[in-house]
Ligand binder design. Structure first.
Ligand code: DP6
Length: 322
């Protein structure tokens, strides 16, 4: 029997990933740039145990369908040359499956814990590639601070990994998460992006423009230009949602409170409190804030009708064993 425990932090993309160039190895159609969040994380323990008849997994104490996790652990079993079944115990310190990137932190923590328990000594890059197989955004959660995920061009996925850009202390940005719904989302990201290429008239434009957006964001980050980073983030989020809305049937992830919070962010900006929103495949809004500005933004967002809760966080560290 061998066991390992890992913690990985959630992340949100400032330049978004949406669409795949290959599904089997989960290769993204576009690169992405994200921030890793300190206060939102997943703790996962993986136990390889000869006495188990089959794999099993629990999230937050509740038994879950193990199929997606078994498939993932199979990759590690093949690499390590073992056949032992696993018990996975995972806990998110935030709502699961509600657009707060639980699959990102979840598969990053699972990658690290499984590889370690199986006796594999993987580099951070190899861990990022492994995490990507579980979920594209999970490749980014291997690293802390600001992170870039490369789309890669090879068919074996060896160049589709994330890399750290800046660590959290180099530019201590803050993020306020405005929670507008605590329930699991109806259509997860994997399902949402599955028919994109044939169904959205905007998809080609989305892919063609991605490299320029990434280059603009790299330059803005290198210059520590918060206004440019924020404006690009808000643009990428709105562009993503335009793409989602234009699939058939259109994916509408926002609720009324999400839209109210978007307006509130713009009103704050007009009033001199500089913050920018980003939104993933769910109804929560995340406001990107300059260092030291998060508390003021959180107080404003908490007043928006329909905002149930807010969480203020700084940028987090690399995924790590515990
Ligand atoms: C909107 O990484 O959850 O959050 O690779 O199919 O697991 P799969 O998708 P996932 O998609 C994330 C989409 C997004 C944007 C982003 O995080 O870049």
């Amino acid at each position: 029997m061998s066991q390992a425990s890992a913690r990985a932090h959630s992340n949100i993309a400032l330049i978004k990933y949406w669409g795949k160039r290959q599904t089997h190895l989960n290769l993204p159609a576009v690169g992405s740039i994200s921030v890793t969040l300190d206060d939102l994380y997943t703790d996962t323990t993986v136990r390889f145990d000869d006495t188990l008849d089959g794999d099993c997994a629990r999230i937050g104490g509740a038994e879950v369908d193990v199929a997606r996790f078994s498939e993932f652990v199979d990759i590690v079993r093949a690499e390590a040359g073992i056949d032992t079944r696993v018990a996975i115990e995972s806990h998110n310190n935030f709502p699961t499956g509600a657009g707060l990137a639980s699959s990102a932190s979840g598969f990053a923590a699972l990658a690290l814990a499984t590889a370690d328990a199986a006796g594999l000594d993987l580099t951070p890059r190899a861990l990022s590639i492994l995490a990507r197989r579980g979920s594209g955004s999970a490749a980014r959660s291997i690293f802390g601070g600001l992170v870039e995920m490369h789309r890669g061009i090879t068919t074996d996925g060896s160049d589709a990994f994330a890399e750290p850009m800046l660590d959290a202390s180099s530019w201590p940005l803050e993020v306020v998460v405005a929670i507008t719904d605590n329930t699991s989302k109806k259509i997860n990201s994997t399902a949402g992006m599955s028919h994109l290429d044939t169904r959205s008239d905007y998809y080609e434009a989305w892919v063609n423009r991605a490299e320029d957006d990434l280059a603009d964001m790299r330059a803005a980050i290198a210059a520590r230009d918060f206004t440019a980073v924020g404006a690009l983030s808000e643009m990428s989020a709105l562009k993503l949602h335009a793409l989602m809305l234009s699939t058939r049937p259109g994916l509408i992830y926002w609720n009324a409170a999400t839209v109210s919070a978007m307006h509130a962010v713009r009103e704050m900006r007009a009033g001199g409190l500089e913050t920018y929103f980003t939104i993933d495949a769910g109804p929560q809004l995340k406001a990107l804030c300059a260092p030291g500005q998060g508390a003021a933004v959180a107080a404003e967002l908490a007043r928006v009708p329909g905002v149930l809760d807010t969480r203020l966080t700084g940028l987090g560290p690399n995924a790590h064993l515990r």
